[in-house]
Design a protein around this ligand. Structure first.
Ligand code: FE2
Length: 312
């Protein structure tokens, strides 16, 4: 039997529910980038170091709502969802990009509020113990996603390493990402307990999503892109058997001195891939965001939390 093939959609809306950056006065919308229209006086939308976005997928006959990641805190995720009028009850499936707390922090509250059984798609390594070695000589344990606590929620847990399809085959979850570039080398400060031994985190769990928009091409979304955003895009292209990339969004994890040397080759390779839009978010960092703005001025879109991207 042939494995299922990623199906085209007529329209994709990506609403950024949690991100690091807010600007309540950035109200200039276009057909593709729609800013939230929330009056600044009414406790507007909040930013935090985290990531979450809602994908609304439209086909000729159906609409699917899928959440990618859940931010660092329920405070931000729930508040912003309410401000933006997002109906959490319509979400049937949640995908975690990887097992860091700035991507699962609001998950338990979300599951409580959803009022229905949620299918949760993760790579099995999201449950690894993790820590970070900071250059100030401190090793900090990171909050863990506790599998037993999760199982006590109304959740159907799907632990998958390989590529898989969601929403009646309209969303590709990349699964474990093949490393093909020579400049995306992971995050040397991050460690994971693999087989009870602390090692530099291999981030096998880091994955992205891809949606194929009719007459446009692939829209690829990374969470933190510890696997490398270029690796993620190439893996999505290969798995979806689609060359043209319409847009690349998400956290590209290029912030701080460790990643300084990775910024230029990432931007160069992104130019070669040639998406119509590039939207660096969350952990991409100031230097990399500015280089994308300078080197890809016609493709670059500056994200603010609450913005909806419409691809059709
Ligand atoms: Fe992150």
């Amino acid at each position: 039997m042939n494995s299922p093939v990623l199906q085209e959609v007529t329209r994709l809306e990506v609403t950024v529910l949690v991100d690091n950056y807010t600007d309540v006065l950035a109200l200039q919308s276009t057909d593709v980038q729609r800013r939230p229209l929330i009056p600044p006086s009414a406790m507007p939308i909040l930013a935090e170091h985290g990531f979450s976005c809602l994908l609304k997928i439209y086909t000729d006959s159906h609409e699917y709502h899928v959440l990618m990641d859940a931010g660092m805190s329920a405070i931000c995720l729930i508040h912003n969802s309410e401000k933006l009028g997002v109906d959490l009850g319509r979400i049937k499936e949640v995908v975690l990009s990887h097992g860091h707390f700035d991507h699962f922090g609001g998950l338990f509250e979300l599951l409580d509020r959803a009022g229905r059984e949620i299918e949760l798609i993760v790579h099995p390594d999201v449950f690894l113990r993790r820590r970070i070695n900071l250059p100030i000589g401190i090793t900090a344990d990171m909050p863990e996603l506790d599998e037993d606590s999760l199982k006590r929620k109304k959740v159907v847990l799907r632990k998958i390493k390989d590529p898989s399809l969601l929403a009646s085959n309209h969303i590709l979850v990349t699964g474990e990402v093949e490393r093909v570039t020579d400049f995306e080398k992971g995050f040397p400060w991050a460690e994971a307990a693999v087989d009870n031994e602390w090692v530099i985190d291999p981030f096998r769990d880091d994955q992205g999503l891809a949606v194929k928009v009719r007459n446009r091409g692939l829209v690829v979304i990374g969470g933190c892109s510890h696997a490398g955003i270029i690796n993620i895009v190439k893996h999505a292209q290969k798995t979806a058997q689609t060359d043209h990339v319409h847009a690349v969004l998400g956290g590209f994890h290029l912030t701080g001195p460790v990643f300084e040397s990775v910024i230029a080759p990432t931007v160069e390779e992104m130019k070669r891939i040639g998406p119509d839009y590039v939207v660096p978010m969350h952990c991409t960092g100031w230097d990399a965001i500015n280089m994308f703005a300078k080197e890809m001025p016609d493709q670059f879109l500056l994200n603010t939390v609450g913005t909806t991207y419409v691809f059709q």
